[in-house]
Design a protein around this ligand. Sequence first.
Ligand SMILES: Cc1cc2nc3c(=O)[nH]c(=O)nc-3n(C[C@H](O)[C@H](O)[C@H](O)COP(=O)(O)OP(=O)(O)OC[C@H]3O[C@@H](n4cnc5c(N)ncnc54)[C@H](O)[C@@H]3O)c2cc1C
Length: 537
Amino acid sequence: MDTQVLIVGAGPVGLTLAIDLGRRGIRCILIEQKEAPQFLPKMERCNARTMEIYRRLGIAQQIRDAGFPRDVPMDVFIVTSLIEPPLLHLPYPSVAQAQAETAACNDGSLPLEPYQLISQYTLEPLLKSVAESLPSVEVRYGCEFLSFTQGPDGVHTTAKTGGTASPLSAHYLVGCDGGSSAVRRQLGIKLQGEANLLQLRQALYRCDDLFERIPIGKGRHYHVADDRATFLIVQDSTRHFTLHSVVESDADMAAMFEKTVALPVDYQMLYVGKWQQNLLLAESYQQGRVFLAGDAVHLVIPTGGLGMNSGVGDAIDLSWKLAATLQGWGGPNLLRSYEIERRQIGARNVEASRQASRGRRAWRAAWRSDIRDDTPAGAEARANLARIANVEQRKSNEMIGAELGYRYRHSPLIWPDDREGPADDFMRYVPTSWPGARLPHVWLRGGSALHDHVGDGYTLLRLAGARPDAAALAQAFARLGAPFATLDVPEYHPRDVYGYDLLLLRPDLHVVWRGNQLLSVDPRQLAALATGHPSTW
Ligand SMILES: Cc1cc2nc3c(=O)[nH]c(=O)nc-3n(C[C@H](O)[C@H](O)[C@H](O)COP(=O)(O)OP(=O)(O)OC[C@H]3O[C@@H](n4cnc5c(N)ncnc54)[C@H](O)[C@@H]3O)c2cc1C
């Protein structure tokens, strides 16, 4: 085999997967059809969970340094233009303020890392340079995946570089090749749901002094109350902006920018393109040795920013399972669990995105042609739209439950619990250590985060002075060749938040099992289940 894992597509998902595999010492080749990362607008917000993941990869600070200034508020406005009083102003904390809130909170309800605004065209080159610095990772731009066949031992692909097609073989293939994924199409896997719900144009502008001059207040999104679904997004440099609108021609995007800004400014329109809104989910995420991740398997409306962020979650779920299987300690359920765990989250995030975009449509439906008029009827139209938006727009901006509160249900790697468990709430995060959930963040007495003490293998957390003998469990993991450690946290506070003395964590910080006595479980069963080996009981 030429490599252990072949990744197709160097978008944020393929790059994140390559970085985590590289950190785990797995050899991988990442191929990308483009000659180099492009300066084209797409996503701009890493959510809190993605930033927690990037912290574990050791790159959160690099991302913050390259992104939106830390003291600029993340406010969202609904406007008629940038110079008229906003119809609605929803304040959201800057990164600095959010970090201060996190520092002062220790009930598990806030993420360890807050969001970070960073444009995809800044993030991708950064991730590329991190991936390229890892000895076991090879990144090949200008290399297009063409086709594959798979057998019992590996996947044999054909890829084209500079007009020449050549073979490339790997133990596993992962298609991170975006919405029109060639890997998915070759697998014959269909996308299900609603396609082409709305077509918009998006343009990228450089306008150096606009941000400083916006008279109505600084923020990240300015939604225009019009019948064109227009919205302006501030990019990470604060000198670049994107505008989205339903217009007839590319040239109309210049006039729409000027109308929205309504200030005399010098600007360049650097790019105009079309894009469409979809709510789609692949019918499956895997066939044999071939896996799919990111936009290749789920396409959401960017409302709420669950596109790339869902894909980063896929990458981080798949990565340690591939590594474990290639290192020989992962059982057959490990790779099988990828689709079980991540497809349900894909479906959940498609639903969260649907709710958010319905909210957006609800306040836009209140638009009336006299909304800018200086008349009692105009004032009434503005007030009515603002009243609806004050509820409905929040569904896009306040998705902390969708971001942090997901839980892997019915996974063969998670200790079964017959009870229903906490209900899904996209807009509210209630910390829980329910099996399958992400471990809530708590600070320890010395000021460090408990998350930062958890290593890359399995960890038995012993809290509040509990010290049951973990030798049998350690031995069970050792017999399987799986990495295992105990972490003793004598403090009582984490125990209060998690509700149990003992938690077994997976490499991705999700809870496998929790309890107050190790004697209540057979250590061999627990280790076998966590590592994906079929049940022996
Ligand atoms: C306007 C807009 C705003 C958005 N805002 C957000 C946001 O704020 N937050 C968020 O989370 N998401 C957002 N998204 C969604 C986000 O951009 C996507 O979800 C994200 O790019 C998906 O990443 P990916 O790596 O899966 O796929 P992509 O970014 O599409 O990358 C796929 C890569 O595969 C390459 N490729 C394709 N075919 C081949 C082949 N045959 N051989 C080799 N390489 C190939 C492509 O060139 C590409 O580089 C937004 C999207 C849009 C359109």
